[in-house]
Design a protein around this ligand. Sequence first.
Ligand SMILES: NC(=O)C1=CN([C@@H]2O[C@H](COP(=O)(O)OP(=O)(O)OC[C@H]3O[C@@H](n4cnc5c(N)ncnc54)[C@H](O)[C@@H]3O)[C@@H](O)[C@H]2O)C=CC1
Ligand SMILES: O=C([O-])CC(=O)C(=O)O
Length: 337
Amino acid sequence: MFAARQAIGTIQRRAFSVSARDASKVAVLGAGGGIGQPLSLLLKLNPRVTELALYDVRGAPGVAADCSHVNTKSVVKGYEQADVAAALKDSEIVLIPAGVPRKPGMTRDDLFNTNASIVRDLAKAAAEHCPKANILIISNPVNSTVPIAAEVFKAAGVYDPKRMFGVTTLDVVRASRFISQLKSTDPASENIVVVGGHSGATIVPLLSQSGYNLEGEQLDAYVKRVQFGGDEVVQAKGGAGSATLSMAMAGARFAESLLKAAQGEKGVIEPTFVDSPLYKDQGVDFFASQVELGPNGVEKIHPVGQITDYEQKLLDACLKDLKGNIEKGVKFAKENP
Ligand SMILES: NC(=O)C1=CN([C@@H]2O[C@H](COP(=O)(O)OP(=O)(O)OC[C@H]3O[C@@H](n4cnc5c(N)ncnc54)[C@H](O)[C@@H]3O)[C@@H](O)[C@H]2O)C=CC1
Ligand SMILES: O=C([O-])CC(=O)C(=O)O
């Protein structure tokens, strides 16, 4: 009886995964870059991905040829500048790491002038060629580039707030790794909640929700390390860019979670920066919190929940900065359509 049920389960899973796999085309825009290359490799290793479209203004065909030799079933194609329509057509997920990274001494906001128009133009192409895809924005400053992409989709009449995501997974990956270093725990079993946005003071780790109780200077140092983890990498790379490998892992994890949810898995929760009702009354239209994913993208946005007074102060500072970052993105998109 048990064996029969197991066999039926296996057949059902196979049948389900075959039909779900048919639709799983993933596009990476900026695939030739520091994040794009390892991200493409990780996606090539993911059996849920059936087709991988790698697009960049330079270098994507080479990355695609290289990835295509990896012995997994998915088909990999590289696309150059003129081919963005073909890269995007039928994509279920579009990851966007296109744009310039920071150098030491720069903030993420210093990237705005260059990356705002790159994200705007790629969002326009996605709105035209795959309006129903899940759009995953990695390009910084995420707090502003996500509102820009949302405005572009609104202007094209195809905005679905459930399918527009800022990728903040790396903040949770870092928060989880850093606490495991302090507490000598297994980082893989840590999942520290991080809310807010993706830059400095807008990154708010909620350690208390994991039952940890750091105090005083140790807590300050932990929070600062999570908020400025990106700077640690920028400094260490000494002008050669920012986090690429850990970001590729984080982006691949988020894409995997979306694919799992699209293929029917329940209870898939990831932190992500989305059009959120949580602080709209304070003029903050986008906010990262725990989000349950489903077949239509965002299934449920979890509230921030119970936090300490210390965390409330962090959140207040976050909301103030975030509001300005979001407004800046919206203003840019409206004035530079
Ligand atoms: N959300 C997050 O947690 C993180 C975000 N980032 C951001 O990701 C972005 C990319 O970083 P890297 O890969 O290190 O930079 P990179 O310079 O190594 O690669 C960027 C790639 O984008 C391509 N590109 C530029 N304009 C394009 C366009 N219009 N269409 C298609 N491709 C285009 C470039 O040719 C290049 O290959 C940066 O803005 C960085 O700040 C980086 C780490 C973490
Ligand atoms: O720090 C940067 O500029 C890149 C980034 O967003 C991160 O590593 O979190």
